[in-house]
Structures are given as structure tokens and as C-alpha cells.
Ligand binder design. Structure first.
Ligand code: MN
Length: 255
């Protein structure tokens, strides 16, 4: 199997090396990663600037860095590293959750999304600590992936599908199991925090305090909260099919 690995944390991040090792049991792994951290870049793409590529010494793997986003890494990586095709795109392992609406900001998820756009089976993987500063337990990520590759890669894959995996950042032995989930919601309060610089001028920090997980059964958030691995099939097709059906029943104004 031909595998392309990327992330949004840069080629030097711990999680990408763990992911490359975990994937090496499946076949030949090549890595194309950003040359710096690009977290929360979403599905951004570089259009107005040249993309520069450099070799990167990632132990045991052919690896390049790209001075762009995960999307750029996938497209440049496919062109340069796998010109004759690639069977699997993996993105991560991200040190932090990508659940609920947060997935839409995620560069990690965007890497998998770009793999799917290229018609390749794609998976994003993230570790979810339960407290700020708690360890990410990447070794749990590696063990979970190695134990679950066969299942994960046998899941149905439409032309617009990719998978978003979120793992509880705990000891592997403490993981309760794996659940197929849907995208939940996360609710933040004080999303924008106002501060003042030494001259009294205001500046703002965006981030916010996570105040509530919605306790809806079957969501990624609930699964991880209950110490299960969460596996969410995602779709490139953003159409709200139910709204579309109902919208078509509303008669349009006659011109
Ligand atoms: Mn990241």
C-alpha cells in the first residue's frame, strides 16, 4: 500500500512520526508536512505565493516540507512523492481534539479532506486530552491504529467520504473500545477575550473557554468523554439534504 502522511503541526511534530511508524505496517510511507505549525488553518490553500519544497530528515522515512498548508502538502506530496498514485492519505496525529464544529477549523482534518478530494481513502487522527497540560499519549494512538487498521480501512468509503478519528489521551489499556459517531457540537463562552497592552490599547485573544459539551448520544464528543475512540465518517458534500428537501417545498416568489 502506498501511503502519504501529513499534519498541520509541522514535520518536526511528535505526532507525525508516530503516525508514520504506525502506518508503516501497512506499506510504504512517504511524508509531506508543513515547514512550521499551521494549526487551525482549516482548508486553506496557497494560491498567490510560490511553494518551496525541501527534504526533511524524518528518521526512517522519505519526507519533504512545504512552506504552505496541509492542503498544499497533500497536492505537492502526491505530485512529487507518489506521481503514479497513492492508496491512503493520513493526517495527524494532532496534539488536541478535532471534534464537533472544531473540525471545520482543523488543518489536520483538512489534510484528510484534500486526500478525499483527490479520490483517495483518507483519515485524520487526533489525540484528546481531558485537561490542559495533560499528556497526549501518542503511544495510545499508535497502538489503537495498529490494532484497528483492518477495521478502519474496511469501513465504507464513498467518493466524498473521509474519516475523522479522535482518541482519548489516556493509557491504551484504559480505552473502552471504538464507536462510530456523528459530528457533535462544542459550545464556547467568551470566544474573544479583551486585554490591554502596557499603553492601554486593547487587543484580543481568540480561543475561548469550552463551557459545554452537548450530551447527545452517538456524537464524537460523547464517545471520547466516555473514553471510547471516536470514528466519524465525514462528507465533502456540505449540502443539507433535509433542508434541501424542505426548501424545495417552499414555493419560490414568482418574478
Ligand atoms: Mn495541530
Amino acid at each position: 500500500m502506498r501511503i502519504l502522511v501529513t499534519n498541520d503541526d509541522g514535520a518536526g511534530a511528535e505526532g507525525i512520526l508516530v503516525l508514520a511508524h504506525a502506518a508503516s505496517v501497512l506499506g510504504e510511507v512517504k511524508v509531506a508536512a508543513p515547514d512550521r505549525e499551521r494549526s487551525a488553518c482549516g482548508h486553506a490553500m496557497t494560491l498567490r505565493d510560490p511553494l518551496r519544497v525541501d527534504p526533511y530528515p524524518l528518521e526512517g522515512f522519505e519526507c519533504i516540507t512545504v512552506n504552505g498548508y496541509p492542503v498544499d502538502c497533500i497536492n505537492v506530496g502526491l505530485a512529487l512523492l507518489w506521481p503514479d498514485g497513492c492508496d491512503l492519505v493520513l493526517s495527524g496525529i494532532n496534539p488536541g481534539p478535532n471534534m464537533g464544529f472544531d473540525a471545520t477549523y482543523s488543518g489536520t482534518v483538512a489534510g484528510a479532506m484534500e486526500g478525499a478530494i483527490n479520490g483517495i481513502r483518507s483519515v485524520a487522527i487526533s489525540m484528546c486530552p481531558f485537561a490542559i497540560g495533560a499528556p497526549f499519549h501518542f503511544e495510545t494512538g499508535r497502538k489503537w491504529l495498529e490494532a484497528n487498521w483492518n477495521w478502519l480501512l474496511s469501513l465504507p468509503n464513498g467518493q466524498r467520504t473521509f474519516y475523522n478519528v479522535n482518541l482519548p489521551a489516556i493509557e491504551f489499556e484504559e480505552v473502552e473500545g471504538s464507536l462510530l459517531t456523528e459530528m457533535g457540537r462544542r459550545v464556547y463562552e467568551e470566544r474573544v477575550e479583551r486585554r490591554e497592552d502596557p499603553w492601554g490599547r486593547p487587543y484580543f485573544w481568540q480561543g475561548g473557554t469550552l463551557v459545554a459539551y452537548n450530551d447527545v448520544e452517538g456524537t464524537d464528543i460523547m464517545a471520547v468523554k466516555d473514553k471510547f475512540a471516536s470514528v466519524t465518517p465525514m462528507s465533502l458534500d456540505w449540502t443539507d439534504k433535509s433542508a434541501l428537501a424542505r426548501a424545495r417545498e417552499v414555493s419560490a416568489p414568482s418574478l
